[in-house]
Design a protein around this ligand. Structure first.
Ligand SMILES: *Cc1c(COP(=O)(O)O)cnc(C)c1O
Length: 393
């Protein structure tokens, strides 16, 4: 299957059929698995023989999901987690010890900031935020105890693009684990392992689900490096339910067609906004005006589904504009077939200090749009009407 193309692998990798010869893979709701003999049980537990043991360790549906994700990202193994945050926590806690230090991008998902600021310090894991677009800032953050570099590209919600190749060379020459949150791009748009990433983390809640139904996550990497992360997950148990693995594996079958449409709709909306007199700025990786446009073209195949922008008239106007929209859902999720509008400063990134928000490029009036799969003309009409309605009379 490895020589097949993306869509074929996403559809055709599947578990062995049961004696019923089902076409679509069934849902395996079972806590444990049985053996033909005591010897067989012993061999499976000793990992001398393949087979499932207990759904806290692994489950056929989650296994199929991980097999697909590994093939699509180009790596060997992984673990399906109960949420994106559980995956991120496992990727860090699985490989670091008390006293270790992280260089983290200052442009991160809000809760990842909270994990670094509030949770990891309890176990003596410290961090320094760096501007990942400036290698001097990254080098300045390096300490003798630094063991890991953590980055998200495109970043949430600022849509900054960071140079995975440069960061990969830096982590390679300094012997650091390199963790990339590939949630916004998905393996359809970007393959961080090509540039030296050691671990990919996903919030499967977003584009991998694609319809906003489940919470889940995944950590992927080589067999050697994933060992301690898998052990931590097996012992502490933040695992994905079989039903979620089942649903997500089927969602992956349509990831390619969905991402094509998300990205073409998003580019159209970004261009439309850029030409509107009421807009102060628009950020979208595949707009020529994006500061890292060339880098985005180099490491991504399409620009993604997220667009950030700011209307003239500050925060008050932004709120009026959001309220005037009819089609866009006011929600904090993203990667849904339904278009979503978010005001990051008062929702997803509200727990950050004003200073941290400024550092992460989040202005008070900025809005983030996750462009869905509706007809793009309807979306443009809705935006235009809300822009005009929110104008001060
Ligand atoms: C949503 C998100 C997460 C966290 O995922 P959950 O599934 O909500 O726990 C992590 N990183 C990014 C970039 C996200 O958008």
């Amino acid at each position: 299957m490895n020589n097949r193309k993306f869509e074929t692998k996403a559809i055709r990798i599947q578990l062995e059929k049961t004696p019923f010869k089902e076409h679509s893979v069934p849902l395996y709701e079972t806590s444990s698995f049985v053996y033909n003999s005591a010897e067989e049980a012993s061999a499976v537990f000793a990992e001398e023989q393949g087979g499932y043991i207990y759904s806290r360790f692994n489950n056929p549906n989650c296994d199929e999901l991980i097999q697909k994700l590994c093939t699509l990202e180009g790596t060997e193994t992984g673990i399906a987690a109960s949420s994106g945050m559980a995956a991120i926590f496992l990727s860090i806690a699985g490989v670091l010890n008390a006293g270790d230090h992280i260089i983290a991008s200052k442009n991160l998902f809000g809760t990842t900031h909270m994990l670094l600021n509030q949770v990891l310090p309890k176990w003596g894991i410290s961090h320094t935020y760096a501007d990942m677009s400036d290698m001097k800032s990254v080098k300045n953050a390096l300490l003798p105890t630094t063991r890991l570099l953590y980055v998200e590209t495109p970043s949430n919600p600022g849509l900054e693009i960071f140079d995975l190749e440069k960061l990969g060379k830096f982590t390679g020459s300094n012997d650091l684990y390199f963790v990339v949150d590939n949630c916004f791009a998905t393996p359809y748009l970007q393959l961080p392992l090509k540039y030296g990433a050691d671990f990919i983390v996903h919030s499967t809640t977003k584009f991998i689900d694609g319809q906003g139904r489940t919470i889940g996550g995944a950590v992927l990497g080589s067999k050697l490096l994933m060992k301690d992360i898998i052990t931590l997950s097996r012992i502490t148990g933040p695992v994905m339910p079989a039903s979620t693995g089942w649903l997500l594996s089927k969602s992956l079958e349509t990831l390619a067609v969905r991402m094509e449409k998300h990205c073409s709709n998003a580019l159209r909306l970004a261009e439309f906004l850029e030409n509107n007199q009421e807009i102060l700025w628009v950020k979208y990786p595949f707009l020529k005006s994006h500061p890292q446009y060339r880098l985005a073209r180099k490491q991504m195949t399409l620009g993604g589904a997220l667009v950030s922008f700011e209307l003239k008239g500050g925060m008050k106007r932004a709120m009026k504009f959001i309220n005037a929209l009819q089609l866009f859902s006011i929600s904090s999720n993203l990667g849904d077939s339904r278009s979503i509008i978010t005001h990051p400063a008062t929702t997803t990134h509200s727990k950050l200090s004003a200073e941290e928000r400024k550092d992460a490029g989040i202005t008070d009036a900025m809005v983030r749009v996750s462009v869905g799969l509706e007809n793009v003309s309807d979306l443009m009409e809705d935006l235009e009407r809300a822009i005009n309605k929110s104008k001060d009379k």
